[in-house]
Design a binder for this molecule. Structure first.
Ligand code: 0A1
Ligand code: ZN
Length: 891
């Protein structure tokens, strides 16, 4: 168990260890209840550190023996306190041998060595290795590993670890062994082993330099027909990293293993990536287009970590965004390139915008909310109690935005030069975010000191824009002012470097070439202005008429843009903005305004002008379907709640229902026509073009069903029954469930019957019901349904995917039902967080975060939430994970 009162760890306190480990030989005798782990470490004194003992971390271990230099340590030279074993040693090198016994079956945390469906799997990031053996379990200790695995051959015919297989063979008693060696030094968080009954899809491919490498995707026997897409994604990722960054796979073998019990999405262990099945397995009958897309991007993400994370790793966990922000940026660019390639030269710009919109939706819904609450932290945090709580949208998604801004400011070539220099300086090292930014600065001969504030300051900056038109001189003066609101521990903020991509649209709807005062020639129609002061004015000259500004094109910085625009202007930009991202954003802003006015009681109906603008965009056949589907989807509920003060989930839900019904009803003929026009014929294939058509078709069903349109509901029922792929089948089911249709229950039951043995598909079924809105008062509260589903044979509190699907969706994606006025949802939340915490603190902490922004809610809800937060905090034996979250919420 973790100590109940975990101390706060501070970035400023970083100290190198007195002793590190050069090599480690591990021997595992695998047994579900009593696994023996023998470790032999060659420890070396760290010349860069002060004198001190060898320090080894351990958690939930039974220590059977300890030898130093082949003998029992002398009396008084070994101490163990607070999970750290200290050994006094002399000289420059010392060999430490330690044997521990661990119990994988009892390990429900899914951190360290655990069982899943009879097989053995590990998860060591961030601090799971110390649950396997005593070790200086920090990323700045990079050692060479050899690993011997020994297990029952029948139960675990496949034995895998990092690197290359040295030998394998039989042992007496039905057991067998395999020995692996990883040629690259690595931190312990990248160690992995798998011992299970699995089969592999294999490919041999040549790298750019002509080396043959073996690629394997390991899955359970019945799933081989679902592993092809992951393999193709891996091959695409390899090619992309070679072409884009000149980075090649450095191993002879690269393995992906799928496991059904996993806390996160996937893990980049060196040469042995371990994945949640959700991000590996796909076939048309069970996976949607979105699943296919996610698999491609997660496979890419983990593969890209091999360079950004593994070859160059983090000095300490505060630097997490060094590998995560950069790797998310890389996977986003990869996905955009893949989409653009599939769309061809004509559709590339729009395809990239669609990807950008997806990423910004996530950022706005999850990260902006995080930045506005008690967990707000800079992308490089200053302190934590439990590092597992800091795998956040801020570190990942905002971190990626910070890297993207560097890319924007330095250009593709400048960024590449910076990456090359970074690897030339730091390959094989554990470094800091400063090292990365310094390499970028040096390679480009620029000063990025002020830019570093993005690593230091939390909170979402506000950029207020205003324009002044001077007709006499044809000058448009654009004034930008920045302000970052206070966040916990950071009352004052300094101005940041904010790249603001700007376009000016003429009254004819066309972009004007931009000429700033003092320039002799007009230039491009989109320019990136660097806002570096608290306020700055940029004068554009030589204009023929007053322009409409289009700001923050492509979402050039992770900020909230405040600009007073009339409804007419928003409609104008919805129709004419040459930047597709901003065209979408104009539609979102307009929708937000309409919905929040309804929710706040300032309006009683959706204005006709909005319906007309929405319709025009929806029916613009020059726009590709994927883009139209994005433009016609309303802003995320979580984002809107964030924009409401105080947040009132019930009023917001009523407004969303009214908006969906109005748009569904008023545009019923348009939606019906779209259902036909978007039909995709032929056998399913995953292709972004087809996916866009299916997305728009499914959205049409959603709006029609919301409006209770009989033709739409009939179309959804027919499609549900005749669909030949999951995207269509599930799209139709979702439309029925999000409606008052009497067909919904029968459809849910039929779906369950068809997929009763398919864990991943059942996750969709759970999530759909947990996220269901109440379209009429006759329907029982969603909480009742959630409780009933917890009793379903397929549900388990021990499986993170099930918890995320059912409880996670209810807590995080169904605000109106979760925050029911009677407080039942809040009491249920406390009950479940406490129950989960006893099994898996990481999962419990993620669920606990659903209430962290409770202070933003209306007073009646706050009085219902507070006692539940207090109840959780008072629960005996609460993990430091949940304590940190709930403690900060109550602080
Ligand atoms: N590094 C992985 C994600 C990951 C993080 C933490 C984990 O356990 C606490 C597990 C996986 C990634 O970025 O994909
Ligand atoms: Zn990652």
């Amino acid at each position: 168990m973790k100590t109940e009162h975990a101390p706060t760890i501070r970035r400023a306190d970083y100290q190198p260890l007195a002793w590190t480990v050069e090599r480690i030989d591990l021997h595992f005798s695998l047994d579900p209840d009593a696994t023996l782990v023998k470790s032999r470490m060659v420890c070396v004194r760290n010349p860069a550190a002060e004198e001190g003992p060898i320090r080894l971390w351990g958690e939930a271990l039974e220590r059977l023996s300890l030898l130093v230099e082949g003998a029992g340590p002398a009396a008084g030279t070994v101490r163990e306190a607070d999970g750290v074993l200290e050994i006094d040693a002399g000289g420059e090198r010392a060999v430490v041998e330690v044997t521990t016994r661990i119990d994988p079956r009892a390990n429900t945390t899914l951190s360290g060595l655990y069982l899943s469906n009879g097989g053995f799997f590990t998860q060591c990031e961030a601090e799971g290795f110390r649950r396997i053996t005593y070790f200086p379990d920090r990323p700045d200790v990079m050692a060479r590993y050899t690993v011997t695995l020994e297990a029952d051959r029948a139960a675990c015919p496949v034995l895998l670890s990092n690197g290359n297989l040295l030998e394998e063979g039989d042992l007496p008693g039905g057991r067998h062994y395999a020995r692996w060696e990883d040629p690259f030094p690595k931190p312990s968080y990248l160690f992995a082993l798998v011992a299970a009954k699995l089969v592999a899809l294999e490919r041999t491919v040549a790298t750019a330099s002509g080396r043959e490498v073996l690629l394997q995707v390991w899955v359970e026997e019945g799933n081989l027909d679902r592993s092809e897409h992951a393999m193709e994604s891996l091959i695409h990722s390899m090619r992309w990293d070679e072409e884009t960054f000149g980075l090649e796979l450095d191993l002879d073998r690269f393995m992906i293993v799928a496991v059904g019990d996993f806390n996160m999405g996937a893990m980049e262990n060196k040469g042995l990536n371990i994945f949640n099945t959700k991000f590996v397995l796909a076939k048309p009958d069970t996976a949607t287009d979105v699943d296919y897309e996610n698999i491609e991007s997660v496979v890419a993400h983990e593969y890209f970590h091999n360079w950004t994370g593994n070859r160059v790793t983090c000095r300490d966990w505060f630097q997490l965004t060094l590998k995560e922000g950069l790797t998310v940026f890389r996977d986003q660019q990869f996905s955009a390139d893949m989409l653009a390639r599939a769309a061809g030269p004509e559709g590339a710009v729009s395809a990239r915008a669609v990807k950008r919109i997806d990423d910004v939706r996530v950022l706005r819904a999850a990260q902006f909310a995080e930045d506005a609450g008690p967990m707000a932290h800079p992308i490089r945090p200053d302190s934590y109690r439990e590092i597992n709580n800091f795998y956040t949208a801020t570190v990942y998604e905002k971190g990626a935005e910070v890297i993207r801004m560097l890319h924007t400011l330095l250009g593709t070539e400048g960024f590449r030069n910076g990456m090359d220099l970074y690897f030339s300086y730091h390959d094989g090292q554990a470094v800091t975010c400063d090292d990365f930014v310094e390499a970028m600065a040096e390679a480009n001969g620029v000063d990025l000191d002020q830019f570093m504030r993005w690593y230091e300051q939390a909170g979402t900056p506000r950029v207020k824009a205003s324009g002044a038109w001077d007709a006499a001189s044809g000058t448009y003066a654009l004034t930008l002012a920045q302000h970052t609101p206070p966040t916990p521990g950071q009352p004052e903020k300094q101005p940041l470097v904010i790249p603001v991509a700007v376009g000016l649209i003429g009254p004819d709807g066309r972009d004007r070439p931009l000429r700033l005062e003092g320039e002799s020639q007009p230039g491009a129609t989109t320019r990136v202005l660097a806002l570096t002061a608290a306020g700055q004015t940029f004068r554009f000259v030589g204009l023929d008429a007053e322009p409409v500004p289009s700001l923050l094109r492509g979402f050039s910085a992770p900020v909230v843009l405040e600009l007073d625009e009339t409804d007419e202007r928003l409609a104008f930009r919805m129709a004419h903005d040459a930047d597709p991202f901003n065209r979408w954003d104009a539609a979102q802003r307009y929708a937000e305004r309409v919905i929040l006015a309804l929710a706040g009681g300032q309006a009683s109906a959706v204005p006709q002008a909005f319906v007309a603008a929405f319709r025009a965009l929806l029916n613009d056949a020059a726009l590709d379907p994927a883009f139209r589907a994005q433009a016609a989807a309303l802003p995320a509920e979580a984002y809107l709640l964030e924009r409401m003060s105080p947040a009132d989930p019930a009023a917001l839900r009523a407004a969303l229902i009214a908006t969906m019904r109005t748009l569904g009803g008023a545009l019923a003929d348009d939606w019906l026509a779209l259902i036909d026009a978007m039909r995709v014929d032929g056998a399913y294939r995953y292709h972004p073009g087809d996916a866009g058509r299916r997305a728009l078709g499914n959205l049409a069903l959603r709006y029609l069903a919301a409006a209770g349109d009989a033709r739409g509901l009939a179309a959804a029922s027919t499609r549900f029954e005749s669909a030949t792929d999951m995207t269509e089948r599930f799209g139709a089911l979702a439309a029925l469930v999000q409606s008052t249709s009497p067909a919904r229950e029968a459809a849910l039951a039929a779906f369950h019957e068809r997929y009763r043995d398919d864990a991943l598909v059942l996750d969709k079924w759970f999530a759909l019901q947990a996220g269901a809105w109440r379209w009429d008062d006759a329907v029982a509260p969603t909480l009742e349904r959630v409780r009933a589903l917890m009793a379903d044979a397929a549900f388990s509190l021990s499986n993170p995917n099930k918890v995320y699907a059912l409880l996670g969706t209810f807590f995080r994606a169904n605000a109106a039902e979760f925050h029911a006025a009677d407080g039942s949802g809040h009491a249920f939340w406390a009950e479940q967080v406490v129950a989960l915490d006893a099994k898996n603190p990481q999962v419990a902490a993620r669920m606990a975060r659903a209430l962290e922004n409770w202070c933003r809610y209306a007073p009646a809800l706050q009085s219902s939430i507070r006692p539940q937060l207090e109840r959780v905090l008072a629960a005996p034996g609460l993990s430091s994970d949940v304590q940190e979250i709930v403690g900060k919420a109550l602080a």
